[in-house]
Design a protein around this ligand. Sequence first.
Ligand SMILES: Nc1ncnc2c1ncn2[C@@H]1O[C@H](COP(=O)(O)OP(=O)(O)O)[C@@H](O)[C@H]1O
Ligand SMILES: [Mg+2]
Length: 296
Amino acid sequence: MSSPLSDHPNVLARMEQIRHKIVVLSGKGGVGKSTVSANLALSLAAKGHKVGLLDADIHGPSIPTLFNLQNKTARQVADIILPIKCSGIALMSAGFMLSHPDQAVIVRGPMKIKIIEQMLGDVEWGELDYLIIDCPPGTGDEPLAVCQLIDSPDGGVIVTTPQELAAADVRKSVQFCRKLDLPILGILENMGGFVCPKCGETFPLFGKDGGRKTAEKYNEAFLGSIPIDPAIGVCSDAGTSFLEQHAGSPAAQAFEKAVGLMNEALSLLPSPTPATCSNTCGSCSSSGSCPSAKQN
Ligand SMILES: Nc1ncnc2c1ncn2[C@@H]1O[C@H](COP(=O)(O)OP(=O)(O)O)[C@@H](O)[C@H]1O
Ligand SMILES: [Mg+2]
């Protein structure tokens, strides 16, 4: 699917207002992508950044539940969809376009791409420091549409669990990123051991060091390991912020460390080559802000 941005001027205009676009992906379901996406967004927002969170999982949207907004429907004003604001974060999800939270989204590939295009281009994201994009598992329509429609997101965070089986799937996510020229900001291991609330000792329920070894194998950064903490599940189901309610816990510290490493990786990326001015005025970097375009 080729998707020049000139075909999606509304997506281009919206994305130009967003400093960092970060795609959260994995080869497997249930490894914690949505949990990681939500907590990345919450951590960045708590640090004073302007943050958006886009749920690109069309068939299984989790963001409404993670923010306890299952019954919310996005409002549309003329052609513009208003994001739902919660905890200082602008949220959008296919779940906010349904009349009932249990309604299934039964659509094929092209329709999913259309929904993602709408969520990128028609949603009033405004100026943001970060847009975090939570993808469904695998390397299918949704992550592909996100990467091609945005043209060049800053980078991807690959989430995995420590088991060999999950690590094997990371290979596909790594290949996906490399094929699409999406810089890998790092591999983040989730569920990397259970911290006993009584003795504080960590038990490696699903094996040990799978994420780190995988990152080393593919020569990518390792963003750390988030342990299993039952409070994460409780907060996810209740739609409350784990980072706020359990600040200082080993899992919260691991999330914060991952955010720090992700930001470090972002700061090391080469600055994007400015788009060539289509009006050849020579004084601006994009046709959207070209003074000669305004004169015409
Ligand atoms: N570190 C963790 N500790 C405990 N539960 C977790 C952890 N990470 C995720 N979970 C739980 O695992 C389930 C799957 O997580 P989710 O983020 O929906 O995965 P994915 O988006 O990859 O399918 C959810 O119930 C979530 O609350
Ligand atoms: Mg998910």
